[in-house]
Design a protein around this ligand. Structure first.
Ligand SMILES: Cc1cc2nc3c(=O)[nH]c(=O)nc-3n(C[C@H](O)[C@H](O)[C@H](O)COP(=O)(O)OP(=O)(O)OC[C@H]3O[C@@H](n4cnc5c(N)ncnc54)[C@H](O)[C@@H]3O)c2cc1C
Length: 500
């Protein structure tokens, strides 16, 4: 019997994961990707002798000890190379000249916090206690084992029972957003430290979870960059017999009698399949490729009301200097804000790619400055290419001046300058408003679910970051697994997984 055909739109991590699980389950899968390489947001590019990584900051699940590792093995991600993070980040408050390293050693981290913020003793103890508690558990697969659509009451009871030791950290006030949790903190620097450790909108439990992974030595960075990571998934997909077509942009989804039957590519060609799975921008899929014919109030409200992750300008510099004493990521609350478009930014994030030889030649380093910004500014500006290029150049110059004050001599050692704006992220991946992680994660989104099927449309599923309440690598890899679990269930077939 010939195999049923699946077409996947998008060869980012979500699309590749979908393809991998589809192949494992006996489907004939073709991924259509508009770019010439896989990975989508997990992107790297060369500038002279430097490798610029414009994607994934940090990852968990890449080594034994967490159940997430099994999924990494299934999709081949365990074959990428990683460097463990000892310090999640350094936080520098320039006004008070105080510095904190967010260390994997919780004893050290706690004593640093206590000596810097004695007035907040109670809060610090509460914060560290929760991280300690969570680090004794394995919550890496909590809520991810199966798509919610397939979980019944007994499955939920089992899920809660298996994660019972962690549950108390995810109920009640633990789900309040960081911006509320910090309200009664006395020291403004401690407040800021928690607010910008990830995003102010996420539940405080999310920070505890991240830091528990750090303390378990289960958090790392990619030694060869994000594209290499994506290529490990591509390798796995191809080895399972999947097919990926690059430079193939999908323009619409073909529907007959409320069933998805294939796609049309930009060149006008039509390609038929038994199932279509989108793993690209959600709004484009629902309201353009399917012309808004398969939606409901809940979906419309989500696309109207939910915010997308605030995009940033990513300025990368190839520098003929070493930064051996720097940690891989430093947050500055600066006294000398950088003007980015129409906003003055007092929060500056710097990544030092000093943990691997693959980003720069010997003795040299890539450093990257991330500045949050607004989408509209860059989108509007891009209508006038000259003005847009000028704004990028000016911002790079201002940033170099800012760096020079903190790292004297750097200005004359810069060999490469690369500026990626939210417009760049959009142009490359077509994600709404240049969002690098889908919807903005918040206490509300964390407790909701996004269905992977659309009302009234058969043969169609959604994967990738817009099909999950929060994006990110772990999430999108699971999204691929979930759609194939659903599809197998819809076809009354057993779902099969194979580690490699
Ligand atoms: C700078 C940065 C840092 C990040 N840091 C982290 C981190 O530290 N930890 C973490 O977990 N996550 C991080 N993320 C987020 C994570 O990388 C993303 O959530 C994830 O890679 C999204 O994968 P995806 O497949 O859903 O989407 P995408 O990567 O956007 O993939 C969609 C693909 O579809 C293609 N496509 C779009 N439209 C079409 C079309 N019409 N036809 C054909 N192809 C199309 C695109 O080219 C793209 O390749 C970061 C992202 C960025 C950019």
């Amino acid at each position: 019997m010939s195999k049923k055909k699946i077409i996947v739109i998008g060869g980012g991590l979500g699309g590749l994961s979908t393809g991998i699980y589809a192949q494992m389950n006996g489907y004939e899968t073709t991924i259509y990707e508009k770019n010439p390489v896989p990975g989508g947001l997990a992107a790297c590019w060369k500038r002279k002798d430097y490798l610029i990584d414009g994607g994934i900051h940090f990852l968990t699940g890449y080594k034994p000890g967490l159940s997430l590792y099994n999924v990494f093995k299934e999709v081949g991600a365990h074959k990428a190379e990683y460097v463990d993070i000892e310090i999640y980040a350094r936080y520098i408050d320039e006004k008070s000249e105080r510095v904190v390293d967010i260390s994997s050693d919780l004893g050290l981290f706690q004593s640093d916090l206590l000596s810097l913020f004695p007035e907040d003793k109670k809060k610090i103890r509460h914060f560290i206690k929760a991280i300690r508690g969570l680090s004794k558990t394995d919550i890496s697969e909590f809520g991810f084992k199966e798509p919610m659509e397939l979980m019944n009451t007994i499955d939920w009871i089992k899920e809660f029972w298996q994660n019972r030791k962690a549950l108390k950290y995810f109920v009640g006030k633990s789900m309040q957003p960081v911006k509320d949790y910090v309200k009664n903190i006395h020291d403004p620097m401690f407040k800021e430290l928690l607010l910008y450790m990830f995003l102010p909108s996420v539940p405080i439990a999310f920070l505890w979870m991240i830091l528990s992974f750090v303390s378990q030595k289960q958090m790392g960075v990619l030694k060869r960059g994000s594209l290499d990571f994506a290529k490990k998934l591509e390798e796995r997909f191809l080895a399972l017999g999947g097919k990926i077509l690059y430079n193939s942009k999908v323009s619409s989804i073909l529907v007959e009698e409320n069933k998805a039957v294939g796609i049309r590519t930009e060149d006008g060609e039509e390609h038929n399949s038994d199932f279509v799975i989108s793993a690209n921008d959600g709004r484009t899929v629902i309201y353009e490729m399917l012309e808004g014919a398969y939606t409901n109030d809940k979906i419309d409200r989500r696309y109207k009301e939910w915010k997308t992750v605030v995009p940033f300008v990513c300025l990368s510099f190839g520098v003929d200097m070493e930064f051996k004493d720097e940690v891989w990521m430093t947050f500055f609350k600066t006294t000398d804000p950088i003007q980015v478009g129409d906003i003055e930014k007092e929060h500056v994030i710097i990544r030092f790619f000093n943990y691997s030889p693959y980003f720069a030649p010997d003795g040299k380093t890539v450093i990257q400055v991330d500045l949050e910004t607004n989408w509209e500014y860059w989108f509007t500006l891009r209508k006038d290419k000259q003005k847009y290029d000028r704004a990028k150049k000016d911002l790079a110059e201002r940033t170099i001046e800012w760096l020079e004050k903190r790292y004297p001599g750097i200005k004359d050692k810069i060999e490469v300058v690369d500026v990626a704006t939210p417009y760049t992220f959009w142009r490359y991946t077509l994600n709404e408003k240049g969002s690098y992680m889908g919807f903005l994660p918040s206490s509300d989104t964390f407790t909701s679910n996004i269905e992977k099927r659309l009302p009234g449309l058969e043969g169609f599923y959604m994967a990738g970051q817009w099909s999950m309440t929060t994006g990110g690598v772990q999430s999108v890899i699971y999204s691929g697994k979930h759609v194939i679990q659903l599809l197998c269930n819809d076809e009354s077939k057993e779902f099969i997984m194979q580690a490699n």
